[in-house]
Structure formats: C-alpha cells, structure tokens
Design a protein around this ligand. Structure first.
Ligand code: SF4
Length: 505
C-alpha cells in the first residue's frame, strides 16, 4: 500500500479530528447529497435495475469462481495481439516492473490516467524514487497532486475541496509543475477547467509513456476498457508510444456480452449519467494501435494480486472483489459524510474501503483493525451497490476476525458471558430483575476503557423500573378492554410496555 498512508492514525482518532472541521463537513455534505440525489434519479429511470443488479452479481461471482481460467485466457489473447503480460504478486513487484519498463524507454516522466490500483500500490512515490515524474491528468487527481494532498473519494478524489480552495492551489502550485495558472484566475468551474486543460495539454503532447488502470478486461478477446468523463484518459491511451496498464486481477470479465451489463449500471451508479462520455477500448497493439500506424507502439499489462487471492479464499469476504469502484456506497454513507475519506487511512475510503482495505492489507495494524468498526451497519451501502455486495455482512465478519486477535480479551469475555446468559433464561430473568432493582445505582457514564470511550459522546440508557418479563406476566392476565361503541372505527386498546423518558434515544 502506498507509503503516503504510513503512520496515519486509526479511524476513531482520524474521524474525531475530521468531524470537528466544519468546512470539510460542509464540502462533503453538499457534494455527497448532490451526487446521491442525481444517482437515485438516474437509477429510477430503469425498470430493470433489479435484474441488471442481479446479472452483474452473477457474472462477477461466476468469474471469481473460475478466475484462474479467465486470467490465463486473457494473457493468451493480449499476448497474441502484441501486448506483454506481467504478473505482480504484490505492490513492490508491480512498482518494480513499471519502473523498469519506464526506464527501458529512456524517459523520465509519464502521464497517468486516474487509477485506483496505482494509488493502492503507491506507484507515483515508487516512480519518483526511480527518478520518474508521474503527472496525474484527471482534473480531481491533478488538484490532489498539486496540493500535495491525498485523495478522499474514489470518483471525486478532491471532494473535500471547494472551488475557492482549488483556485488557490492552481495559482500557488501550477508553476511548480510546468505551465502556471492564467492571470486573474477565478473560481468559476469553466475557468478552473480551462486552466487545467492548458496546464495538461503540453504534457499530453510531450509524454512518450502513459500509465493507466482499467475498469474491465475481456478474457475472450484480451480487450481492456477504461471509462472516464473528461477525455484525459483517451489522450493518455492513444498519444504516447508506450502504454503500461496496472490492473487488479478481479477486473476480468469473461465475454463482451458481459460488458454490456456493466456499461449500463456503472455510469448511472457513479456519475448519474445514462451513458459514459468517454469509453476507450484497446486490444494489445491491434486495430487502432501499432498494427495500423496509430496508437502506442508497445503495450504492457501488469496483472496485480496484492492480497486479492487471499481475499478470494474467504467465503464471506470474497464478495468485495465484485466491486466496480462506482463509489455509490460512499455517497450514501452517514459515517463517510461526516468523517471524510482521509480518516480511512487508505486510497479506498467509505464503506467499500472499510471492507476492502482490511482484506488486502490484513487486520494486523491499528488502522486496518479499526476499519470494520467504521460503520453504523445501517445497510444504505448494500441498498445502492450495483453488484449487491453485502457490506454490512462483511463488516460483521471482519469484526469477528479483529475480536479474535490478541488485545480483545475483555470483549471476548463479555461476549462469552452474554452467550451463557442468553442460553440460560432463568439466569437472564434473575439478572434483569437485579438490574432493575439496582437501577438507581447504575452510572450514566463510565470512566475508563472501551466502554468509557463509548460513553464520552453519549449516556448509558437508564434501565426501566420493571423488567419486560415481569410487566408481560402482569398484563398477560388482563385481557385488552373491549372496544367501545363510539360509532367510529378505533382500534382496540392494548397494554403498552413501561417507558422511561431517559431511555429514549
Ligand atoms: S461496493 Fe458497490 S457501491 Fe461501493 S464502490 Fe463498490 S460497486 Fe460501488
């Protein structure tokens, strides 16, 4: 994983700081609500959304079941179309392969298409160590790179910035990376886009090497697919002489026909568009490439594992490999909306980050062990996920793994005690009676430990004066009062359980 994330605090500490940043919260709230509302309208236009979602889930599951077969088929097709396939077991190997390929061209700079896989492995930092400068060409990635910042959203990496901040970054930093910002630059979106266009154009025309990821790879033909909205990807994929694509092994699809499903729901889920603006597809150096005198002269595909095979081995966790990085789950997540993307300590923020990062990196570090708990388990992420990843199920599964690690003895002991109590109804009833009888002595906050941290932001609910079982026994013997003949159809009155105002959330 990228060295840029080393040393970051665990989620609770990072989120605590982020939630106190009023400007960050305002930026996030405005952006996520706008995107989520547009997405809901775009999805609502389709009568067959549920069928598409089910088709996407099945295609991905079928592919993951036979991933080895499809990857070998892909390798054979890419190779026979003039490309070269490299296999990278982890981030270090992928970075080494790419750095050597760039060095072999004699170039010292590359242009990049926005790619989560290259962020995951920290490619820009690795290339910098090898003396190669990587220029991000996606507008939001450019903002992040110029600002010496980290992305905070999968689709909109600079979502935490507003227009005024972006203008300031352009004015202060563009000159350092080449062409300076135009005189008197305003924060109008059109002016900011024009400044980025002028800044990037010379890089597109100069670059001899490009690095990309891919949204999909088609096994039956060896075709790679990049979907994007700005056209910068098309420039990178067609102008330079050497193209290097770093792609996670789970991005393969068996056939062209399968792609049809994903190209319908990816744009609606991500940018709320009916159709994607720029969809670039290429097959090795075939038509459109060196074979007819156009496009790159060399194409390298680096197939990245980096924890994906281990994830595939987990029966519950493997469903995250269906993810198409649409980011719909981020835009509906109440935790992401308040904490922001940097709190997740990984290029993958939000609900998908909370289940993907701990599986790719393991739950050994404090940051990664905290991520499965970065959720209220409300299920909104599952509702919107176009490939039906049951994120809450995976979160609970990962929490079990974290709780099984050393350092969670108190939680395990509490769970064992609760298990025993629920298996012995008489003991449970006695405990409830005792708790109610001693309710006046119970504290509302706790001074120390994990429970103490929980009560820093909320009071413990006060117990009712009478346990429910006792109340039920008393009222079961009293039948509900017969309905009165009032001439109106009122429902019969039923006994209501005792309430305590203090226990209302
Ligand atoms: S988990 Fe689902 S909703 Fe979230 S980014 Fe992946 S595909 Fe999109």
């Amino acid at each position: 994983m990228s060295s840029a994330y080393l040393g970051m605090p665990a989620f609770p500490q990072a989120a605590k700081a982020a939630t106190q940043d009023a400007r960050l919260r305002a930026n996030l709230r405005r952006a996520t609500h706008t995107i989520r509302d547009k997405r809901a309208r775009a999805v609502g236009e389709l009568d067959d959304w549920a069928a598409l979602r089910e088709a996407g889930r099945r295609i991905k599951d079928q592919t993951l079941r036979h991933l080895d077969v499809y990857l070998l088929q892909l390798e054979e097709r890419v190779t026979s179309a003039g490309g070269t396939v490299h296999w990278a077991a982890d981030a270090a190997e992928a970075n080494r392969i790419v750095a050597e390929l760039v060095r072999a061209t004699g170039e010292s700079e590359v242009v990049k298409v926005k790619s989560m896989a290259t962020q995951e492995i920290g490619l820009n930092e690795a290339l910098a160590e090898a003396g190669v400068t990587a220029y991000e060409t996606d507008l939001a990635e450019l903002i992040v790179q110029l600002g010496d910042d980290l992305p905070s959203h999968i689709l909109v990496p600079a979502i935490h910035r507003n227009r005024g901040e972006i203008r300031d970054i352009f004015v202060e930093r563009m000159a350092r990376w080449g062409r300076p910002a135009p005189e008197g630059l305003t924060d109008r979106p059109a002016d900011l886009a024009e400044a980025a266009r002028l800044h990037l154009r010379e890089k597109f025309l100069r670059a001899k090497v490009a690095v990309s990821g891919a949204n999909f790879m088609i096994a039956e033909t060896g075709t790679l697919v990049v979907v994007e909205s700005e056209g910068n990807g098309r420039m990178c994929l067609t102008l330079p002489q050497t193209l290097i694509s770093v792609v996670g092994i789970e991005k393969v699809l068996p056939t062209w026909q399968d792609l049809e499903v994903f190209l319908q729901f990816l744009p609606r889920s991500s940018t709320a568009e009916r159709m994607n603006p720029y969809t670039t597809m290429w097959t090795g150096l075939g038509p459109g490439g060196a074979a007819d005198g156009d496009g790159p002269r060399a194409f390298h595909l680096v197939l990245l594992d980096n924890g994906r095979t281990d994830t595939l081995a987990d029966e519950i966790g493997r469903q995250v490999l269906r993810c198409i990085r649409c980011s719909a789950c981020l835009n509906v997540c109440p935790v992401y909306e308040r904490a922001g993307g940097h709190a997740y300590g990984s290029p993958y923020p939000g609900p998908i980050g909370a289940v993907l990062t701990p599986q790719l990196r393991g739950t050994g570090s404090e940051v990664d062990a905290s991520l499965p708990f970065a959720s209220s388990l409300c299920g909104a992420c599952y509702e919107v996920c176009p490939v039906a990843i049951d994120i809450p199920e995976v979160l609970v599964h990962l929490r079990e793994q974290v709780a099984a690690q050393p350092g969670h003895a108190a939680e395990r002991a509490a769970m064992r005690a609760a298990t025993w109590l629920f298996e012995h109804p008489a003991a449970l009833a006695a405990a409830e009676r005792t708790a109610s009888a001693t309710r006046a002595l119970h504290p509302r906050t706790l001074p120390l430990g994990p429970a103490g941290a929980w009560t820093q932001a909320r009071d413990l609910p006060r117990l009712p004066a009478e346990p429910f079982r006792t109340w039920w026994k008393r009222h079961r013997a009293e039948p509900p009062a017969a309905p009165q003949s009032t001439g109106t159809s009122q429902p019969p009155t039923t006994p209501q359980p005792p309430t305590t105002p203090e226990s209302t959330p």
